[in-house]
Design a binder for this molecule. Structure first.
Ligand SMILES: Nc1ncnc2c1ncn2[C@@H]1O[C@H](COP(=O)(O)OP(=O)(O)OP(=O)(O)O)[C@@H](O)[C@H]1O
Ligand SMILES: [Mg+2]
Length: 246
């Protein structure tokens, strides 16, 4: 960790109302400017964990964002500090036009209109979706929706960006552009994904979640190359690491 932690989770436990235990005793810290991958099999708890970072879900234990506890009273500041890109873009987009969807957050933060307009343009350009302002987000392809979802969060210019499966449904060109865009962002990033090449490309550290627990937390290359560990949790050593060995 290169700096003071901006995310601190301590003894986090969470069960869904139907009794499914999704997080068990999760503790970790993320330093300012770090890019951390969160990997693990389907149902491991990755999305559930990300939903705790800005208080959409609250379990037992504590989450602190830049020293502020995720708790009632702090929610406005927490939501400004943590931008969350949902796994399903349908959860992110709800206004009649792409422009309004991207402008919604900054408008809510009471940013002046001219600045909002700049932010919308900048965010859409970053994800390669300029020119789509007047389109209805509901009539876009899934990959286009993913990109607009990311733009809605980029427009908030948050200190911390949590991304849930950001590259799913992106075509290879868009995926590469997206990786380039992520590399340019100075924000602290936490990325839940099955795209292990993405983790290799952008993350300095990775946490492996399985059955609601953190089973490993460490350097990306070392962890992703550990075949026994990866296969024990339904994961595979990424091809680019395999090839280097031959
Ligand atoms: N709304 C819900 N109600 C009840 N159980 C849920 C709900 N959402 C998720 N779960 C359960 O919680 C556990 C963790 O789910 P979660 O969505 O966090 O996994 P994930 O690691 O993100 O998986 P994936 O790789 O499929 O996205 C799973 O057992 C899942 O079935
Ligand atoms: Mg998920």
């Amino acid at each position: 960790m290169n700096n003071s932690p901006v995310v601190q989770a301590e003894s986090l436990n969470f069960s869904y109302p139907d009794g499914v235990r999704a997080l068990e005793n999760i503790s970790f810290q993320v330093g300012k400017g770090e890019t951390v991958g969160v990997i693990g099999p389907n149902g491991a708890g990755k999305s559930t964990l990300l939903l705790h970072l800005n208080g959409i879900l609250r379990g037992e234990g504590t989450v602190r964002i830049m020293g502020m506890e995720v708790a009632r009273g702090n929610m406005r500041r927490i939501r400004q500090a943590v931008g969350l890109v949902f796994q399903d873009p349908e959860d992110q987009l709800f206004t009649p036009s792409v422009y309004d969807d991207v402008a919604f957050g900054p408008l809510n933060m009471r940013i002046p209109l001219s600045e909002v307009d700049l932010r919308v343009k900048r965010a859409l350009a970053m994800v390669g979706m300029e020119g789509y302002e007047a389109r209805s987000a509901h009539h876009l392809s899934v990959g286009e929706k993913k990109k607009v979802s990311l733009a809605t969060v980029l427009a908030l210019e948050p200190e911390i960006i949590a991304l849930d499966e950001p590259t799913s449904n992106l075509d290879p060109g868009s995926r590469e552009e997206f990786i380039g865009c992520l590399k340019k962002l100075s924000a602290t990033k936490i990325i839940a994904t099955h795209d292990l090449e993405l983790v290799l490309a952008v993350c300095g550290r990775v946490m492996l979640l399985s059955g609601g627990r953190i089973v490993a937390d460490g350097g990306v290359r070392e962890l992703l190359a550990n075949r026994a560990l990866m296969e024990a949790h339904r994961l595979r050593v990424p091809l680019s690491l395999e090839r280097k060995r031959h």
